[in-house]
Design a protein around this ligand. Sequence first.
Ligand code: HEC
Length: 204
Amino acid sequence: MKGKSEMSAEKETHQADRIPDHDYDGIQEYDNRLPNWRLWTLLGTIVFFVGYWLVFHTYGIAKNHLGARGLTEADLVAMSSNQDVLAEGKAVYAQYCQVCHLAEGQGLVGPNLTDVYWINGGSAVDIHDTIVNGVVEKGMVAWGRQLGPDRVDAVTAHLLTMRGTNVVGGKPPQGELYESAPEALLEGAAETEGAATETAASTE
Ligand code: HEC
């Protein structure tokens, strides 16, 4: 047992617990100051939030959907003539995509990838988005998380080399005609990221 004087000395150094008057069905609550570690954790998350918002949403330095890095139409088209990227894309395609789209992209469960008709848009950016996000309700998997950005980019590049090759014996066309954007437009798109979205939008 502590003596009375000892207890009041303790109270001077540690602030006594405060209990406000109100009670809810007999339940009362303390109204104490947050411990420092919790206060700093809270402030830390607020600071993190501001940084995250600026990076992902305001400046779009990294796109907020998985597997995408804000590549433009021109970036993706350029990748489709890089042999290293294509080799990887081909391997990814054989491992993950061939079952439904067949070896040359003729189409089986999934649509023909060698014609110029696209259900979800035929620009490089559209194709990339379809691969990242999938069309889950129609049986096309969202590959962004599983493959990660490098392999998604590579397989997109590979698909761009199939686009318009019209492999014999392919599935009949589905979707809408997509004619590739003229080179001049693509070069313009390389300069400003926003233009790539416009390019994609104007071809829909
Ligand atoms: C389980 C079967 C299946 C697998 C595996 C699959 N797909 Fe698909 N894919 C589909 C189906 C079904 C559709 C049609 C979606 C629709 O109707 O919008 C589709 C559509 C697409 C489209 C859009 C075609 C268009 O006309 O808009 C692209 C691009 C595509 N797939 C790429 C891929 C890639 C790349 C892979 C491998 C990483 C892959 N798919 C793996 C079933 C599959």
